[in-house]
Structure formats: structure tokens, C-alpha cells
Design a protein around this ligand. Sequence first.
Ligand code: CA
Ligand code: CA
Ligand code: CA
Length: 470
Amino acid sequence: MMHRVLSLCGLLACGLPLSAQIPLTPALGPFSTTGLGFVVPGPGRDLQHYRPDDQQVHSFEPLAGAPHFAVAEIFAGIDPGLLPLVELDAISTGNDLIPVSFTATDARIVQWMAPVTWTALFVSFAAGSVAPTDPEPMRSRAASGGAGADVFSWITPGSVPLGAFEDRVFLDVRAELLGLGASEELSALDIPMALMAQGRGQPDALFSPHRNWFFFSLTQASAELLTAQFPGVADVDMSGGTVFASYWNGSSWNLPVVVKSANNLGLGGDNSISREDDVELDALAVDATWIEPLVVFSVVGSAPMPQLQATRGLYGPFELRDQNGNSASARFGDTDVDAICGVDPEMGHFSRWFGTAAAPFGLPPLNLSATQMFDRSGAQLNLVCEIHAPGAVSSDAELAPGITALVVGDAAVPWPDWQIVWLNLDWSGFGTLRCQLPIASPVGVNVQFLAAHLPAAGSMALSSVVFLRL
Ligand SMILES: [Ca+2]
Ligand SMILES: [Ca+2]
Ligand SMILES: [Ca+2]
């Protein structure tokens, strides 16, 4: 084990002169290096890809052997003149591997059968629905102009390895990074979609095992305007409460089919043969690895029902709860969730494309987030890391004497023996530091932890299990 770690460090050290440092302002959570697929409100708006390496928003590219996530491709079978009327308000690739356990009366997020037990929900809220009484950091973002286009995470109760992060809400990707103003809005998000693109189509059993589907919901207005455009779908199901899915057949998308109707989801109102009284679904997370998929969803804020519900097969829909039976939406102050995605990395082995939250210890605490991804040419594999000193740090002086080192390790080796692969002598330690390490060539090493060490301050940020394969 030690030999393999040493080999890796030698290789990474060769890439040192090429590493880039991008100082950022503070306020990022433990998933700050994640990529995102997302949509903003409005008819005709396309799916967009936020990349954590260049921190820019792009269109999804066509990739050999992988589905192409673009509205014009997904809806290629409809009247082309109607494409500007497509308005997505919920998306999922079917990789929301949220471990929801059902009984006859409720649905709970539990940790099961896993050596690595953590789950996170990613959410965005309807602009204007975040209240001064909501938990931090939602409250501060709302007070500073709006939280509608921010992406927050919640690491659910029972997520043992994440230590201090269990049951906490974080701000991970700020509206500014998505090119959006504080008063703007996200209408849908999906993380595995971004991981697929960042992996250039390579398989990823951990975070995106289900690769060829696109689940979505339309706004009520868009669904009505597209009536008769999806062959085989009844007019009553062209509703804002319907979950549709399209299948990538290897070269193009088949036309959408109904996965769950509004009536199936309890959103059909009093009249099951009319869509006029349906409740609009506005957020969607699907785990399609089940024969009967798990569907976690939200509804518009005005609806008299829980903000987060779950159903699978004959179970539910029930209000989504944590393992202790507490309402999931209550954790967010019952704010109007209008975009949701879930991840649960315990379902497989090694991922190339997603780091995880850090478990900080020492004083002052540091957070560390990491992602492994290919650049847009596909030629270069990069490790993207971000080290964040949260609010406990009040001045540069607290950290200034420190030398920051990024070290990699293996679970079988105690962390003091891990190897330094990158040194930054300049970082003041105040705020957030981002770096990219080019990986010269894959060496087949499974990296299970990353750590950032600040010896002078006696502080260290230890990532949780990152499952990178370099
Ligand atoms: Ca939405
Ligand atoms: Ca109805
Ligand atoms: Ca909602």
C-alpha cells in the first residue's frame, strides 16, 4: 500500500509547475468542487453545464458513446417550431441514489449495507421563499440579495464518516459562479449529468450507473402547449404534475413517455380526467436503478402538501423524512424547494469524478473538497481541490505562518505518513484556495483520502472517502 502511494506522489510531484492557484472569496461548502447540470426558468432555455475546473457555464457537448443532454436533441422528435415552448422545471438522469426506506406509512432516508455511509441532498429554493427564520447559510444569502440561484447541500443524519458535517446545511455553489444574479433562479439541477460529461463518457459505477435516461417535468404552461407532441401520451397527462422520461438509444433520444402521472403522484386534484386542477411538480430526483424507480419530488410552494415527498412502486407518496422521522423539508425551514438532486456513494466502488466533503479537525478548522475530471479536450486528467477556511478564521494572522500541503493517502496508512504532493507557500490561509493538479498519466492507484495540512497552525483538513482512481 505504501509503495503505491509513494509512486503516486512521485508522479503528482512532476506536475507541480503546472498547477494553478485561483484565490476565491470564502463561503463555500464541502461540495464546492462539484459540477452541475442545471436549467434556469423560461421557455426554450437549454440544459447548462457548470464545470468546476474553469468555473464557467457551458452547453453539454456531444460525446462518443454517451447521451447528449441538450433540449434540441432530447425533443428532436417534436415539431421544431415548438422547441422554444419547452420549459423544463425538474430534471434527473435517474442517478439520485438516495437510500429511501419505505414502510406502510412513511419514507425515510436511512444508511444501509455500507462500509461508507453518507448521503447528501442538493437543493435550490424558489427565489423569495427563503425567510429570515430559515437556517444558515440560507438566511444570510437571502439577506444579501437572494438565494434562488444558489445550490445548497444537506448531509443527512446518520452519515457517520463526515463527522461534524452530519445534518448540516451548506452553501456549495453560489449563483455568481453560475453566471446568475442573486435575484435570479435555478429551476432544475442534476449532478451526475455533469459528472458524465466531465468523465468524457467513461463509465462511472459509483455516481452515474444509470446513463441512458433523462427524466423531467415541464411547467404546466409548457406541457399544455406541447399537447399531442409526444405520441402515445394522453392529453390529460400533458400536465405540470407528470414525470416524463426519454431514452437514449445510442445515437438519439426516443420520444418522451410517462413514468408517473399526476394522479400517480397524488397531484391530480379532485378530477382525475382533467389536468386543469393538477398540482405542479417543480423538483425531481429519480433513482432508476430500481425496477420500479424511486421518485423524490417537490411541488409549487402554494400547494397544501409537504415540500418533499417520495414514492416507489406501491409505496407512497409519503412525506420524505430523515432516519429519525423528522421532515426533510423542515430541515430547510419548509422553504419552497424547486430543484433537487441526491447522491449516495456507498452503492459502488471507485469514482473518477466526484470528491466528497471533508471532515475538519484541529484549530482552526479547514474544509477540503476534491474532484477528478478531464479537461474539455479530453486529453488531460486533472485533480481539482479547494481548501476553505470557514467562519472560525477571522484574520490572516491566524494562518499566515502556515505552510499548506496537499497530501494523498491510502486507508491502510496512518495520515502522518502520507506524502506531500503539493506545497503552497503563498496562501495566507484566509478564505478559500483552489488548485488544479494535472495527472500526467493514470497510474491505477485508488486514492481514498486527501488532506491539507497547516503545520504552524496545527490544523488539518482531512477529506472523507473520495474514491478517486488516478
Ligand atoms: Ca423547478
Ligand atoms: Ca386532475
Ligand atoms: Ca417546490
